[in-house]
Design a binder for this molecule. Structure first.
Ligand SMILES: NC(=O)c1ccc[n+]([C@@H]2O[C@H](COP(=O)([O-])OP(=O)(O)OC[C@H]3O[C@@H](n4cnc5c(N)ncnc54)[C@H](O)[C@@H]3O)[C@@H](O)[C@H]2O)c1
Ligand SMILES: O[C@H]1[C@H](O)[C@@H](O)[C@H](O)[C@@H](O)[C@H]1O
Length: 338
């Protein structure tokens, strides 16, 4: 069976996912697209040369008889509406992060999915599909470094645009660490604090950059994450786990090591699309395969919700300067790992 996919949002990652569903992955094709910028949606379809219908209305796309599953890749604030609409239609939906821009919005999705009675939602947290993070988790779970005590992490973007605000360092950027570090440790967060070091002159006036986020997990592991979104030099993701008997470090993406002009050097990537290209392929192929097999797996709406609750506490910590508690409700049996 070929899965017929409808895509809402044909911006940067929407185009990337349409391309991979159409040309890189197997078992699916994109038959419908929508964007509030209809000209852009039309251009994407024509540039890629795919036979997809351009819908003026996202809800019509969701309910179209020939659309089996939905990808939501529009702006964050529109995600909740489209995911709820997909659940109402009983269709599997892959939603890019964030699942919704508020914890309350994510909870609405969790409630709707539980009321439907079957998992339909996969959230686009791709890092657990990255080979490097998987190797790191295998080292931790295999007891190679003893119990994890601390994590030192960094999430650096070369630069961000005018629309990027101080709280987006949490809701748009740190959200990946919130997800992947919880998954790495199989633990959840109990408190957050945010510290603002000296501000870089490369950030726009309204943005506090860099930031250091301190997280504490239920088992007492302490995590520091440097979020630095105008670092200039590249897209750089670092993660070092300090355990009782050793240290495990996220591998660098592979690149040719050059000995040239009296220098030993490796290239650093600059674009998130390249850094996680394989992880995006694996996560979307997993979604397609699962839906074809009649189920949905991967990061769940509950994962999206708990990430949002944690992010809310971090944003509160940005504003208060204090250590903010994180209170998570018990995970419902509905979302127990398979
Ligand atoms: N997993 C990742 O690593 C990753 C990477 C990039 C972006 N994202 C997420 O993907 C989403 C999109 O990001 P992007 O970088 O592609 O942004 P973008 O601005 O390039 O594209 C967003 C698109 O959504 C469209 N849009 C906005 N509101 C809409 C609506 N109501 N209905 C239909 N279309 C609408 C816009 O016109 C635009 O074309 C964001 O939530 C972002 O956080 C995730
Ligand atoms: O939407 C993007 C994307 O999620 C990237 O992975 C992250 O590094 C950026 O900070 C964020 O703006």
């Amino acid at each position: 069976m070929t899965l017929n996919i409808g895509v809402i949002g044909t911006g940067a990652i929407g185009q990337d996912h349409i391309r991979r569903c159409s040309f890189a992955l197997s078992g699916a094709r994109v038959v419908a697209v929508n964007d509030i910028n209809q000209d852009q949606a039309k251009k994407v379809v024509s540039d890629l040369g795919i036979a997809a219908e351009v819908y003026a209305d996202a809800h019509e796309l969701i309910n179209a008889a020939n659309v089996d599953a939905i990808l939501v890749t529009s702006w964050g604030p529109s995600h909740e509406e489209f995911v709820l609409s997909a659940i109402r239609a009983g269709k599997p939906v892959f939603c890019e992060k964030p699942l919704a821009v508020t914890a309350a919005g994510c909870k609405n999705i969790v409630d709707a999915e539980m009321a439907f009675g079957k998992r339909l939602v996969q959230v686009g947290f791709m890092r657990p599909y990255d080979q490097g993070y998987r190797a790191l988790k295998a080292a931790i779970d295999g007891g190679r470094i003893g119990e994890p005590l601390m994590i030192h992490a960094a999430h650096r973007n070369a630069r961000v645009g005018q629309a990027y605000a101080t709280d987006m360092a949490i809701t748009d950027t740190l959200i990946h660490e919130i997800n992947v570090l919880g998954w790495l440790l199989d633990d959840h967060y109990v408190s957050a604090q945010v510290i603002f070091p000296r501000k870089t002159s490369k950030a726009l006036a309204h943005l506090k950059d860099p930031q250091i986020v301190l997280l504490e997990t239920a088992r007492g592991t302490r995590i520091d994450v440097e979020v630095f979104v105008n670092c200039q030099y590249g897209y750089d993701i670092q993660c070092e786990v300090v355990g009782e008997t050793g240290i495990a470090r996220l591998p660098e993406p592979s690149s040719v090591q050059l000995r040239s002009e009296a220098k030993l050097s490796n290239e650093i990537l600059v674009d998130w699309k390249d850094r996680f290209i394989a992880a995006y392929d694996v996560e979307l192929q997993a979604f397609i395969d699962a839906v074809v097999a009649g189920r949905v797996g991967g990061p769940s709406a509950w994962d999206g919700y708990t990430a949002a609750v944690t992010a809310d506490a971090c944003v509160a910590a940005q504003r208060s300067g204090k250590v903010e508690p994180i209170e998570l409700p018990e995970r419902p049996a509905f979302y127990a790992p398979a």
